[in-house]
Design a protein around this ligand. Structure first.
Ligand code: NAG
Length: 414
């Protein structure tokens, strides 16, 4: 049980690492799911489109484009950044031998050589798999000095029943740490969804962030534009860390993380089209395509369950009896026969799987749908491993007739 819980916790952690502040602020336990993650340059483009101040930048897919971009920037200093989703780029290593996924230079001429050792090579960081992630794009940006770093975010917060601004003059570092050690340096401001961010709210937040005089008005303006962006793209969170001040007296959003409401996918087609699936686990991706929540684990007993709670309990039960779950799979509520079939395809494609346990409670879901899906899967996929099925609930009894048609099925009434 412990092992199962640990491995599951590790997987959850892996998901939460991508989205730590969600976990932290909402105070609610997140259900495992795949979040849409944008590359840095994609987030910055969205911000630019809403008039948010970001560093000037170009995007390049080839070394010669990168060199061109560096010249065109005509900046005092240039920063070249490999575009991958995983964190820890700065300390990463390329399989070309180049160290560091982020490079600063004053000489545009070297940008071409550096990009040449980045593009098409794998970058390994603390957050990537051992073999790294292939770099297909680099961002060539103007490097700006920062005199002061603050933290600013807009996110959905249950305790406010809507969006809330969160800011701290202590930016650039881990905001969870700031909240834990100096909670008085975290400022919150609830936003009335009908009214939007009022001028007095934006100015007060800017002042709390430590901006003074003309900078306070600039920061307040940035805050309002960030809220426009938040609404426009159906974000659940826009987090700017740092929201910084330059020696030239500009307020700039140096780095941002945007999370999107996946219920809004239907009207945010352009945003969701940017989803770069190449860094995701292929099985988890295939599962997401069919609206299945799947997380691979290291055991040999595949589980096929509806509902996250039952799925976790099933993992625990397997472990309690000396087995090891090969995955976490939640079919969800309104499951269709086709999804059942696709789920089976995923489970049986895993060579580690030596048996499949189906544990369905037919509350919302009709057991007949599950039974039909499994029967079809058994016939078409030539199932080679034993299958143990428990169907309980809606139409559970009528379904027994289906099992006769599928020879490798064992029904285990519990
Ligand atoms: C580079 O990374 C990709 C994933 O992006 C991986 O499939 C490939 O095996 C890696 N190549 C090498 C040489 O490690």
């Amino acid at each position: 049980r412990l092992l199962c819980s640990i491995s599951f916790a590790v997987t959850l952690l892996r998901i939460l690492v991508v989205n730590p502040s969600h976990f932290f602020y909402s105070g609610t336990f997140l259900f495992p799911r795949r979040w849409l993650n944008l590359q840095e340059y994609q987030s910055k483009k969205l911000m630019q489109e809403s008039g948010v101040a970001v560093q000037r930048f170009y995007v390049a897919d080839t070394a010669s484009e990168a060199l061109e971009a560096a010249k065109r920037l005509n900046a005092k200093e240039i920063v070249l950044k490999a575009q991958i989703l995983a964190g820890g780029r700065g300390k990463g290593v390329f399989d070309s031998g180049l160290k560091g996924g982020v490079h600063l230079t004053k000489d545009p001429a070297v940008v071409g050589e550096l990009a040449n050792k980045m593009l098409g090579f794998n970058l390994t960081t603390k957050q990537t798999p051992k073999e790294g992630v292939k770099v297909k794009t680099v961002m060539v940006a103007e490097a700006l000095d920062i005199t002061r770093e603050t933290y600013f975010a807009i996110l959905m917060d249950r305790s406010f029943n809507g969006p809330v601004m969160v800011g701290s003059p202590q930016g650039g570092m881990d905001i969870e740490e700031v909240a834990a050690s100096t909670p008085e340096l975290i400022f919150k401001e609830a936003i009335d969804i009908f009214e939007g961010v009022r001028d007095d709210q934006a100015l007060r937040m800017a002042a709390n962030l430590g901006f003074k005089g003309a900078l306070q008005r600039q920061a307040a303006d940035q805050i309002k534009r960030l809220y426009d962006l938040f609404l426009k793209v159906d974000a659940t969170q826009v987090e700017v860390n740092p929201l910084g001040e330059t020696p030239e007296g500009q307020v700039v959003c140096f780095d941002a993380k945007i999370n999107f409401d996946d219920n809004a996918e239907f009207r945010q087609k352009n945003v969701f089209a940017m989803d770069d699936m190449t860094e995701a686990d292929p099985t988890e991706m295939a599962a997401a395509k069919w609206d299945l929540k799947y997380i691979g684990l290291d055991g040999n007993i595949a589980c096929f369950v509806n509902g996250a709670g039952l799925a976790m309990a099933t993992c625990d039960i397997i472990d309690l009896h000396g087995g090891k779950p090969a995955n976490f799979l939640d079919l969800g509520g309104g499951v269709k026969e086709k999804q059942v079939y696709e789920a089976f395809k995923l489970l049986t494609a895993d060579p580690k799987v030596e048996a499949i346990l189906v544990n369905i409670f037919g509350g919302i879901v009709n057991c007949a749908i599950i039974a039909n899906g499994i029967t079809k899967a058994c016939r078409e996929l030539e199932l080679k491993v034993p299958l143990v099925v428990r169907l309980e609930g809606k139409t559970a009894l009528d379904t027994h007739q289906h099992w006769n048609t599928c020879t490798k099925v064992f029904v285990l009434p519990l």
